[in-house]
Design a protein. Structure first.
Length: 256
């Protein structure tokens, strides 16, 4: 992408985060960049197109880290790869996330809404792991839902420190041990005694999709079977195992 579109996207991201998407006009963006409104429309036909260019990288990275986490091996490694990957993506796209949080109606617009719902559903599944009890699912949902708010509420906190604090909160929700006795993730990092969850477990297992392993898409009959099983109340992990695909592939099928 040439410098002018990049400058337009950077200005749009900052203005949308500061003022809100709907409160920011194309003229305001053009003024911020220092170009005419006609020149702005030459590069981007509408605000919706700007929104799409700003949100797609976040969604692409979110889906990628969750797919990577799913192949991390044992359930505990999968859980923490998913949580840390989620935090990393949100921290990398702080202004875009703030833009979406400031105007929640953006999160119900297709295709943004569909992809976010699918990503959150997969994240909930990976964080919950094999514990399918109501308590386990509620705690997983609390953790995933709570990963975004600190990122936008504490914009001035350095990413490295904020990540450790968010991980510490996630650990408090997901474990029954006494956090005060074990020490916080931030304290562990300062003293060199890293808590187990502050180090991202290395991904294990075979890569999936185009790189080998499980297929990244379902055939027509398989997609129909997946939808029928889901409608019959079968959980996504069971459907994925039955069809020999990843849970991410099943979620992509179900959202269409």
């Amino acid at each position: 992408m040439s410098p002018t579109p990049q400058r337009i996207l950077a200005a749009s991201r900052a203005l949308f985060a500061a003022r809100g998407y709907r409160a920011t006009s194309m003229q305001a963006i053009a003024d911020q960049v220092g170009i005419t409104k006609a020149a702005l429309y030459y590069h981007f036909a509408s605000k919706d197109e700007l929104l799409r260019h700003l949100t797609l990288p976040l969604l692409d990275e979110l889906e990628n880290v969750l797919a990577e986490a799913e192949s991390a091996g044992d359930p505990e490694a999968v859980r923490w790869c998913a949580i840390e990957g989620y935090i990393d993506v949100y921290l990398h796209h702080r202004e875009t996330l703030l833009m979406l949080v400031r105007d929640m109606t953006l999160l119900v617009q297709a295709p943004v809404a569909d992809r976010f719902r699918a990503a959150m559903a997969l994240a909930n599944d990976l964080v919950c792991g094999p514990d399918r009890s109501l308590e386990g699912r509620v705690r997983a949902a609390q953790v995933v839902a709570g990963l975004s708010d600190p990122v936008v509420l504490f914009m001035n906190v350095p990413p490295e420190r904020l990540k450790l604090l968010i991980l510490d909160g996630a650990r408090a929700l997901l474990t029954r041990s006494d956090p005060a006795r074990e020490g916080t993730a931030e304290e562990s990092a300062r003293t060199g005694r890293h808590a187990e969850v502050t180090s991202r477990p290395p991904a294990r297992g075979r890569p999936r999709g185009r790189s080998g392993g499980r297929p990244a898409a379902l055939t027509g009959p398989e997609a129909e079977q997946a939808r029928a099983l889901y409608a019959a109340g079968r959980p996504v992990p069971e459907i994925a195992d039955r069809l020999n695909v990843s849970r991410a592939t099943v979620y992509r099928c179900l959202k269409n």
